[in-house]
Design a protein around this ligand. Structure first.
Ligand SMILES: CC(=O)SCCNC(=O)CCNC(=O)[C@H](O)C(C)(C)COP(=O)(O)OP(=O)(O)OC[C@H]1O[C@@H](n2cnc3c(N)ncnc32)[C@H](O)[C@@H]1OP(=O)(O)O
Length: 405
């Protein structure tokens, strides 16, 4: 018997459900001042609550965005930005009911994809989400020297808070969704991201690079973290870089050049960088760059499998027929023929069988079908069908999201 109901939340339930979410994530409820700074970013559309005796016991929140897929198409998507269940209501099916309501609603409204960042990797596979991008943590020990020939043109300037608020949304939009996995940032994303980070407490500063053509083409946020200890009082600060984006590899390299040049810094770190970012090879000594972690980043869910498969491009190989199982959205079940000319439903015999979460892992090009088959996630009629799938789904660049939500 269900002793809770799931429904879209109402205006006066916004703050109680936000409080519930931050407590589930072991954060503190926002003060009135911080809630005001968020400036309506926790908005009504896309939020389902679970209620017992009219009090919230669970929340699944999302906002509408779009996501770039291989080949350059940008598809309608929902970014699921907050899922939490009150501690005294966990393991009673609350999140299952919320995920079912949210995904069914997205399917009814014709949204093609859903995506999220997961607090734990064991939660979302059962709802058809799969790891679709990875992020690398880099640690760079100064001093470093860039190789001759690395872009040195243009200029970098620091923005004050008001300038950053005014400039960054348009700059991100102009840089564009140039890698599969990148998402559009709606207006409501920015206040939540900037208000705290750019405050005195948040401590982040913003650098913008202007290219030789006089146009701004890259930006980064960074903050200094004290590393001095009693034993090492002169240990220089660590520079934590986040949200670094550029319109071209040259613009990104020019911004790294600036960040590596800041005086007194001992170490530069950044989390969730693209796994294939060529940072080490910019330097005369590539060993100065260490990869200290590689983590799952964006989890993807194909809400409309036929629409999603038809929208991306594929490599050159003989077509493969996939049989997809989808427990939560049964309309997606069936066989799909995927080839260099596109993808469509078919009645032909299946070459490969897989679940919705595994298809999501393949979709942006992060994983090879043959690797997933080795892990028992794909059943193949022949090994050769796996090789064809590897070629069809391969992408030139690793997918990357680069936006935290
Ligand atoms: C996108 C984001 O916001 S990510 C943030 C997710 N939120 C958090 O991590 C906050 C803290 N955790 C929570 O709020 C909750 O524990 C949630 C949301 C993770 C899970 O909610 P619940 O209502 O407990 O999940 P529900 O009861 O529907 O469980 C469904 C299944 O998943 C399993 N499951 C759920 N959470 C976990 C977990 N953290 N670890 C292992 N298994 C889990 C359950 O055991 C259950 O399995 P079963 O179907 O085999 O019985």
């Amino acid at each position: 018997m269900t002793d809770f109901v799931v429904r879209p939340i109402t205006e006066d339930e916004l703050r109680p459900t936000f409080d519930l979410l931050v407590e589930a994530l072991h954060d503190r409820r926002p003060s009135d001042e911080r809630w005001a700074q968020a400036d309506g970013a926790w908005a009504l559309p896309g939020k389902f609550g679970a209620f017992a005796e009219n009090r919230p016991v669970g929340i699944a929140s999302g906002f509408a965005t779009s996501i770039a897929v291989p080949g350059g198409a940008v598809l309608p998507a929902q970014a699921v930005d907050g899922v939490g269940v009150r501690a005294d209501w966990t393991r009673r099916g609350v999140v299952t009911a919320l995920m079912t309501a949210q995904l069914t609603d997205l399917a009814d409204r014709g949204t093609t994809l859903a995506c999220l960042h997961a607090s734990e990797a064991v939660i979302y596979g059962r709802f058809g989400y799969g790891i679709a991008t990875s992020g690398r943590t880099v640690r760079v020990n100064r001093p470093v020297q860039l190789r001759e020939g690395v872009e040195a043109g243009g200029a970098v300037r620091l923005l004050d808070t008001d300038e950053a608020r005014a400039a960054l949304p348009a700059l991100y939009e102009r840089i564009g969704l140039h890698r599969p996995g990148m998402i559009a940032r709606p207006e409501t994303w920015w206040p939540m991201a900037l208000s705290y980070r750019l405050s005195r407490e948040g401590g982040y500063r913003v650098a913008v690079h202007t290219g030789p053509d006089g146009r701004d083409d890259a930006f980064a946020m960074f903050k200094s973290v004290d590393q001095a200890t009693a034993a090492e009082p002169e240990h220089g600060p660590l520079l934590e870089v986040r949200d670094l984006h550029g319109a071209s590899p040259e613009a990104i390299a020019a911004l790294w050049r600036f960040l590596f040049s800041i005086d007194l810094v001992a170490t530069v770190t950044s989390r969730f960088r693209p796994v294939d970012e060529p940072l080490g090879v910019l330097l005369t000594d590539p060993r100065r760059v260490r990869t200290t972690d590689v983590e799952d980043d964006l989890w993807l869910r194909l809400v409309d499998v036929a629409g999603a498969l038809a929208a991306r491009t594929y490599g050159d190989a003989t077509p493969v027929v996939f049989e997809v199982d989808d427990r939560l959205l049964p309309a997606n079940r069936g066989r799909y023929r995927v080839g260099p000319d596109g993808a469509e439903r078919t009645d032909a015999e299946a070459d490969l069988r897989l679940d919705a979460d595994t298809l999501a892992m393949l979709y942006l090009g992060e994983w090879r079908a043959s690797t997933l088959a080795q892990a028992g996630r794909i059943t193949a009629a022949t090994p050769e069908a796996l090789q064809r799938a590897d070629t069809l789904f391969a992408t030139a660049e690793r997918p990357w999201c680069g936006t935290y939500f």
